[in-house]
Design a protein around this ligand. Structure first.
Ligand code: FEO
Ligand code: CA
Ligand code: CA
Length: 717
């Protein structure tokens, strides 16, 4: 099963060289970081305040995100003020195939798909990608990312970027033009192995030189690729369970690879979380059956389990199943159960095996946002990104240890997973997904907690969770612990003949047609909205919360009218007469919010994912964007516009807020044509020199830009 190219290399350690247990090295590293941080913080004005409030300063000593603070810190003041003039939308009259930022800022390419992570030769994008090259090169289609600074002030000029590589476009990887020809070409195993190697995570050391230019440090021992074939460990309640055992892994504890790594998270103990989103699309159930299973009821349960998550014949068209039986869901019905998890990675230990943390549930995970309470309780908020899916919260059983970060290593294996129900009166409740409670019993198909977790969606169906308009990223305010979540769109909400996810868990993925409700108030929600909540009593472990809608996105210039004549039995659509498709944004317009992040000063950064070609609904809004909003006033300005047919996703800064990293994913994407018909970013050189700008663009490449303020100030001020 495992590729010869994935054994024993630096980028992809073999099972023998991987350390998946105690790993002293992380402990040693943390101790070293602890010492250096102590001397740094001793002179920091912020130390006292942070130590008094919530006791999080000691945590921050070993938290690579320390200087951002994590939600709950009260320093710096986090007033969310915006200081730049917004840029114009990138619309079809004069479309710019570039990343554009406000006057006084500059954006330049840091790294793009296929750039080398070692001192070997750079890939020539004119050639097909190979597995051998890809495992030592920056992965495809950048998404969520986090910056892990080196200790102390050095962290503002040197650190590790952990970057998700969500997926790939097979025609780009395999060099097939026009892209539509991929559907009929003969797929080979080497082609698929190259694609699988393009997925996963890239960990790369980056640094700023004396002239202020950022670059990849190709000599760093931390540079690493984790791919669709890297050995991972299953941990938590599902590890070793019957539902995750396969012929290749009879122990049910070892999985090859992580896939569709969309957005991300980080932990207070210094690790990176990567979230498996549309993993179903790689599998195909070719026959509609289950090989070797004769019992009709058992077969029905397995197939319904697959369709609840969208595992169907053909998948998304990757065609891996044609040459790699692992992706035949009819031959290997448990293999899909080994995907859909939050995966924990130690960026500082290139030999550590990624760990799939099953206690956090199996869905199409968007991201995992941590919030630490004043009492050291730890919660992670997570969205399941599909139409009509749910919002989840995982509360760790243990509180953060005030001194020893090594003690927190397996915090994600024990805790309670909750799903949200939003009430029309502005309150909500967290419903526990615990075996034996609320009908999660053997009679209803849940024999134990492991089965509740493998079948997280079905368990949430049983509890009557609120169907949402595609939960995307979640971010938490650095002072108030108020939590925000993007709901990107749901064009099918409010269709006549309304239907809901069935309580027995048998609904096919995304097939319901829910009525509007208070938390998802617009039928045909093309532009999406952002919802936010506060836990009762400020307790991250609370089972009740208050919520409201931060913004309904939209286009103030549109003439399109909501069809308010739709029968909407749950919610009064007349309340929305002033909202409609126009939305209620206080400032520049945008739609399809996806990426979401709070900077250290409490500015809310919003990234979008729509078609990106400035046509149809997007004729006035233009290409995808990154917006900046003041959460207090709602004031919103357009900070960044992007090349054609890309998505803007992934944003993080250095601790001082003076360098920002932003991801540009799938520029030019169009499976019908040559992608260069739409975009030649970044090798056109329009945002600075790239590894191939001198040779000219042969295909667009996903990549990361560095944004700085020309006066050296904090981004957003
Ligand atoms: Fe990969 Fe939900 O965006
Ligand atoms: Ca996303
Ligand atoms: Ca998306």
């Amino acid at each position: 099963m495992s590729s010869v190219l994935h054994k024993d290399s630096k980028m992809n350690p073999s099972p023998e060289s991987s350390n998946d247990s105690g790993n002293a090295s992380i402990h040693e590293l943390m101790e070293r970081r602890l010492v250096s941080r102590r001397s740094f913080l001793a002179s920091s004005a912020g130390m006292t305040a942070a130590a008094v409030v919530g006791g999080t300063a000691l945590d921050a000593l070993s938290n690579p995100a320390e200087a951002h603070g994590w939600p709950g810190d009260r320093w710096p003041p986090a007033d969310g003020r915006i200081g730049f003039d917004g840029v114009s939308p990138n619309v079809n009259s004069g479309f710019i195939d570039a990343v554009t930022v406000p006057a006084g800022y500059s954006a330049s390419v840091l790294a793009a798909w296929g750039d080398p992570l070692d001192l070997g030769p750079a890939w020539n994008p004119a050639n097909p990608m190979t597995e051998a090259v890809q495992v030592r090169s920056f992965g495809s289609h950048t998404d969520g990312m986090h910056y892990f600074p080196y200790p102390g002030a050095l962290g503002n000029i040197r650190g590790l970027l952990a970057v998700n590589n969500e997926y790939c476009d097979p025609p780009l990887v395999n060099g097939i033009t026009p892209a539509a020809a991929y559907a009929t070409t003969t797929v080979t195993l080497p082609m698929v192995r190259a694609q699988q190697a393009a997925h996963g995570v890239t960990i790369v050391a980056v640094e700023k030189d004396r002239e202020g230019r950022w670059s990849v440090n190709r000599r760093s021992p931390f540079n690493r690729r984790i791919t669709g074939n890297t050995l991972c460990r299953l941990s938590g309640p599902v590890a070793g369970h019957e539902l995750v055992k396969t012929a290749a892994d009879p122990t049910g504890t070892r999985v090859l690879g992580t896939l569709n790594n969309c957005a991300h998270g980080y932990t207070p103990w210094g690790t990176y979380l990567t979230c498996e989103e549309n993993w179903n699309g790689y599998f195909s159930n070719e026959t509609g059956g289950v090989e070797g299973v004769i019992d009709i009821d058992r077969k029905f349960q397995i197939i319904k389990g697959q369709t609840r998550y969208g595992v169907v014949k053909g998948g998304f068209g990757y065609r891996w199943h044609e040459v790699d039986d692992r992706f035949r869901a009819d031959f290997n019905p448990n293999e899909p159960n080994r995907f859909g998890w939050v995966v924990e990675i130690d960026p500082w230990n290139p030999k550590a095996m990624p760990v799939k943390r099953t206690a956090m549930g199996r869905v199409k995970h968007e991201n995992a946002m941590v919030v630490v309470g004043a009492d050291r309780k730890v919660a992670f908020y997570m969205g399941d990104d599909e139409r009509n899916e749910y919002l989840y919260k995982f509360v760790c059983a243990r509180r953060l240890n005030p001194i020893g970060r090594a003690m927190d290593r397996d915090m994600l294996d024990k805790g309670t997973l909750y799903v949200a129900r939003f009430h029309g009166n502005g309150t909500g409740e967290w419903l526990p997904l615990v075996h034996g409670q609320n009908g999660l019993t053997a009679e209803n198909g849940f024999r134990d907690q492991a089965e509740v977790l493998v079948k997280t969606r079905q368990a949430a169906d049983r509890l009557g969770a609120t169907m949402m308009d595609r939960p995307e990223w979640i971010a938490a305010h650095p002072v108030t612990r108020e939590v925000y979540m993007t709901l990107t769109n749901n064009s099918r909400r409010g269709e006549k003949a309304a239907s809901s996810n069935s309580i027995d868990g048998t609904t096919n993925a995304a097939s319901a047609r829910p009525s509007v409700d208070a938390a998802n108030p617009r039928p045909d929600n093309d532009f999406g909205h952002i919802i936010r909540w506060r836990e009762h009593h400020g307790d991250v472990g609370a089972t009740t919360f208050d919520w409201d809608i931060f913004v309904n996105c939209g286009d103030k210039l549109t003439n399109k009218q909501l069809d308010v004549s739709d029968p909407s039995p749950v919610y009064d659509p007349t309340d929305l007469s002033g909202v409609g498709y126009k939305g209620d944004i206080n400032g520049d317009d945008y739609g399809a919010p996806d990426g979401l992040w709070f900077d250290k000063d409490g500015r809310l950064w919003i990234q979008t994912d729509q078609v990106g070609n400035a046509t149809g609904d997007w004729v006035n809004i233009g290409s995808n964007v990154m917006m900046c909003a003041n959460p207090k006033t709602g004031e919103t300005r357009r900070f960044l516009t992007s090349p054609r047919n890309c998505e803007v996703t992934g944003v993080i800064s250095t601790p001082d807020g003076r360098t920002m990293f932003v991801g540009i994913q799938h520029p030019g994407e169009d499976w019908k044509t040559s992608f260069t018909d739409n975009s030649t970013w970044p090798d056109s050189g329009v945002n600075g020199r790239t590894s191939h700008s001198r040779a000219g663009a042969t295909k667009p490449r996903s990549g990361i830009v560095v944004i700085i303020k020309d006066d050296g100030g904090v981004i957003g001020t």
